[in-house]
Each structure stands twice: as structure tokens, then as C-alpha cells.
Design a protein around this ligand. Sequence first.
Ligand code: GDP
Ligand code: MG
Length: 256
Amino acid sequence: MLNPELRDMAEAPRKPLQQVDKPADLKIILLGDSAVGKSKLMERFLLDDYVPHQLSTYALTLYRYTTPHPRPRQNPPEKLEIDFWDTAGQERFQSMHASYYMGAHACILVFDVTRKVTYKNLDQWYDELTGHRGIKMPVIVVANKIDMDPSRASKSFAFVEKRRLERGGSPDDLPFYFVSAADGSNVVTIFRDAIQRAVEFKERIASEGAGTFVDDVLNFIAEEEKRPDGLFSGRAPEAGTQQAAGPKIPSSAAVS
Ligand SMILES: Nc1nc2c(ncn2[C@@H]2O[C@H](COP(=O)(O)OP(=O)(O)O)[C@@H](O)[C@H]2O)c(=O)[nH]1
Ligand SMILES: [Mg+2]
């Protein structure tokens, strides 16, 4: 059976579905306006290592990437499978499918330093993301195309400061990078950082258990099941999934 998230997103996939039957250990999503360079960054990172387990559709490109665990518990290190989700032509906030955000462990949020509007829109992308996933979700903020205007690297970008404060003010939180998919600057760094933070986030939600991720998912499912047209077929749930109206399923009853 195909993972329902993927079945839902994918239309007429060209690659054998068996390749993505089992969800990966981590899910990392890319967000940001159209043409900011998300796909180019992805391609640049995977340049050498990429084994084409790719599911391409009009809505989604899924890249499955395998890497040694950054904090191995065994020798040799266990492998970590990561699904990177990249949009293809859907990049308008509020138009993204809820499934895109669901279960994500980190987000790479990209804007284009040469187009101010893509920076302004970070707020909407961020609100939409945290509406689905909560503010503890690791987010890496990326200013791409710095090769086109290196002087931008000396400018300040208030978005990060403002949001970092909201998130608790830790200087290590909400990292911000200038990158270039064209010349490769910082590309590996942002993906490595995202993977590291995704691993930590997953460990944290596993140890915290109910009240975070599990509740999030259960509430989401409860909401979707109330809809006449079925699970994942409608628009995204209201921002703040954990507080969403509707029946709260007791964890013991729902997880079986
Ligand atoms: N100069 C420059 N161009 C870039 C860079 N990254 C992407 N582009 C160009 O920007 C356009 C949009 O890139 P794409 O990856 O398709 O953007 P997406 O819609 O966010 O996936 C393409 O023409 C890319 O070649 C970069 O770092 N520097
Ligand atoms: Mg793209």
C-alpha cells in the first residue's frame, strides 16, 4: 500500500510506487515562493549522492536520500533515510495541501535576495507552516541567489529576529544563511543543519509523546474525518491544529 500522504499528493507517478511504500525516517520540506530556487538548491545538494528514487508529479517532487546517522548509536553508523519534499508549481501560500506539512520534521524556508516580495512573503509561509506544525518545528531560513547581489549579505533581515523572539529567543534557533544554488555557497551547510535539527526534533517529540506531535496528528485526522468529502480532500485545517475545534480523540483509543 502506498503511504496515504503520497497517494494523496501524487497523481500518475512515473516511477514505481514500491520505491516509496515505506515512509522515510525523516521528512524535510522546502517552502517559499515560486522561482526562489528551491529545486535548484535541492539539485545542488544531491548532485553527487543522488540515487533517483524520485516521484515526480505536477504537484510534488519527492527526493529520497540516504545518509549515515549524524549521531550514530552503532558502528558502523546506522543509515538514515530522509524524504525531501519539494513543490512543483503550487507555491502560493494557502494553496498548499495539508499533507505537504503533515509529519514534517524540519523546513527549509527560502527567499530570493533579488526579489523583495519573496522576503515579505516569508511571514505567510511561516504562519502557514507553524499553523500546521507548531512553533517548535525547526525552520532554516535561507536567502538564496546571493551570487547575484553579494552586497545583500551586509543587510539585516528583521524576519528572523522577530520570529526568533516569538519562539523563545534562543540565538541558536531559527538559523539564517545566505546561499547560492548557482555557485554552491552554503548549500551543503543548510541541508546538513536541517537534517541535524530534524533528528533532534524527532527525538524530542518521541520523548515528549502526547501533547505534541501525536496530538497534532490525531486532531488533524479527527478534523478531516468530519468532512463530507473525506480525509485530506479538503483545504488545510485551521491554524493551530492542536487547539482545533472538534472531538479530541483520547490517545489510548486512537492509537492502535
Ligand atoms: N543566479 C542564481 N540563480 C538561481 C539560483 N538558484 C536558482 N536560480 C535560478 O532561479 C530560477 C528558479 O529556480 P528554481 O529552482 O526552479 O526555483 P523554485 O521554483 O523555487 O524551485 C531558475 O532559473 C534558476 O536557475 C542562485 O543561487 N543564483
Ligand atoms: Mg521548484
